[in-house]
Design a binder for this molecule. Structure first.
Ligand code: AHG
Ligand code: MN
Ligand code: MN
Length: 331
């Protein structure tokens, strides 16, 4: 199989980035190793020592921790803490950030935010699951990590990406120079460039939302979804419904085919379910780079900062025309 590998692509990107020190490339080389380890476990879940099922713990979100959640979280934390490139790791699975103190040789200048295993409810039923990550530079002076470093505006990201453990394992990322997709050849353990410079269609044929929650939505949300179901040739309606229940899978389809993914707030959870730092902000960077948009229903997520590490935020993300239509109907 010919083609450029992710390692080669990172080096090529570094060579054309003024002032690049190579530290980001080496961080990403650690991330892709963790991704391959998680991919291997995902692909043999159910065989041998059982990685399927629950650990019996409950995480900071109040959710039962799946064994694969735990494995992915520990794998990324272990590898990144030893990388020498990271001073703090914020994880959806950990109440507080994991700090890599300056005096430890293995500390570094980046702050890493991650949802180590997205789509936990789909682990045991062989449906796509993922990892989402965002990379920021430490900005506070001095050796300690503060909230200034952990609660940064989404547009201060220096990199963001996701791994999709699906029918194939894909690694999709941006550093602000477009969005690039790589596919893992498990036979040799290399990611090969398969989707260069991804651009999202300006509007799409799909809408994606958990309609099971319709009774919890406000009237504007109900009429927005009703709008996508109406017949209108000119605007390509009715849209088709696709909902996988793994954000990474629903987002990846939206990125490639177009349309809108929605996880709105509702009367039980006004800020919805998804997390700003670990899910919305990294995907907002990626979709912006692909020509799309991410909104909380009122304003662009990419220009917002979180108020606390596990802040949740309503998410409307995808094709620019579809997201702006949603904002106009929700306003
Ligand atoms: P996680 O497994 O990291 O908690 O994320 C699950 C999220 C997201 O992947 C998906 O879009 C959403 O949960 C599905 O939620 P519902 O089951 O409420 O639709
Ligand atoms: Mn998630
Ligand atoms: Mn998760």
């Amino acid at each position: 199989m010919s083609g450029i590998t992710l390692v080669q692509y990172l080096r090529a990107q570094e060579n054309i980035t003024p002032g690049a020190t190579g530290e980001f490339s080496s961080l990403m080389n650690e991330v892709l190793v963790a991704a391959k380890l998680v991919s291997r476990e995902v692909n043999r879940a159910g065989i041998g020592e059982d990685i399927i099922g629950l650990t019996g713990e409950v995480n900071v979100q109040g959710e039962e921790v799946q064994k694969l959640d735990h494995y992915a979280n520990e794998t990324f934390i272990k590898i990144l803490s030893q990388s020498g490139k990271v001073c703090a790791i914020g994880s959806e699975e950990n109440e507080t950030a994991v700090l890599v103190p300056k005096e430890q040789q293995t500390s570094g200048k980046y702050v890493f935010m991650m949802d180590p295993l997205d789509g936990s409810s789909n682990i045991d039923v062989n449906v796509g699951i993922g990892t989402i990550f965002a990379v920021y530079k430490k900005i506070s002076s001095g050796d300690t990590v503060t909230d200034e470093d952990l609660l940064q505006k989404a547009d201060r990201q220096v990199g963001a990406g996701y791994i999709l453990y699906g029918s194939s394992t894909m690694f999709v990322y941006t550093t602000g120079n477009g969005v690039h997709g790589f596919t893992l050849d498990p036979a040799i353990g290399e990611f090969y460039l398969s989707h260069p410079d991804l651009k999202i269609p300006s509007r799409g044929p799909y809408y994606s939302i958990n309609e099971g929650s319709v009774s919890l939505w406000n009237d504007k949300q109900k009429s927005l979804v009703q709008y996508f179901k109406e017949t209108d040739e000119e605007t390509g309606r009715p849209y088709r419904l696709r909902y996988i229940g793994t954000l990474v899978s629903d987002f990846h389809r939206t990125l490639l085919k177009g349309g809108i993914f929605m996880y709105p707030g509702d009367c039980k959870n006004p800020n919805g379910k998804l997390r700003f730092a670990f899910e919305a902000a990294p995907l907002a960077f990626i979709v912006e780079q692909a020509g799309g948009k991410a909104s909380d229903g009122k304003s662009n997520i990419y220009t917002q900062s979180p108020t606390e590490l596990h802040q949740r935020i309503p998410l409307f993300i995808g094709s620019k025309e579809d997201v702006e239509l949603a904002e106009s109907k929700l306003r």
